[in-house]
Design a protein. Structure first.
Length: 167
């Protein structure tokens, strides 16, 4: 199995949009009301967002499995609220059929290395409390819950937890 991680280009924006839309359907179908997922996941809007992120120099990596776009990570060296010298991982998503094949770990490892090079001393991310699979993945990569919580913008108000990794 051939895994490649590289910086995304504007030409990848359509693939990135597809990855995020399809992975949301898989990962959050039991956490967020379906009608809200559908409204939130407009592929054209997502494609334009990724084009802008890439144009603005944000950290956007695409993961390819056997040369097929299957995963992404979106990160930033900006501080999370109340944290100094802290980068953030905003999104890490994979197509469901690639879960457990090592792509997510390679995306995570590469984003951590980039944020280290950018001078970050720690990294934060937010994860739904009920997303046990994701929480275990983050814990395996050295992230721990720091006690911060917030409610999501969705109508059923799923709780999000902040995880931190010290570099």
């Amino acid at each position: 199995m051939d895994i490649e991680i590289r910086p995304a280009t504007k030409e990848d924006a359509s693939s990135l949009a597809n990855i995020i839309v399809e992975s949301w359907k898989s990962a959050y179908s039991e956490l967020i009301p379906k009608d809200e997922i559908i409204r939130y996941l407009d592929k054209d809007r997502r494609q334009m967002q990724f084009e802008k992120f890439i144009e603005d120099g944000e950290i956007v990596l695409i993961g390819l499995l056997n040369e097929i776009p299957c995963g992404l990570v979106f990160a930033n060296k900006d501080n999370d609220e109340g944290l100094e010298s802290c980068g953030s991982i905003y999104s890490i998503y994979l197509l469901e059929e690639t879960w457990g094949k090592g792509l997510s770990s390679k995306l995570m490892d590469e984003s951590i290395e980039i944020l280290k090079r950018e001078g970050c001393k720690k990294i934060s991310l937010w994860v739904y409390e009920e997303n046990i699979r994701a929480r275990k993945f983050y814990e395996k990569h050295g992230f721990t819950f720091d006690g911060s919580k917030k409610y999501s913008r969705f109508s059923n108000k799923p709780l999000e937890l902040r995880y931190i990794k010290h570099l």
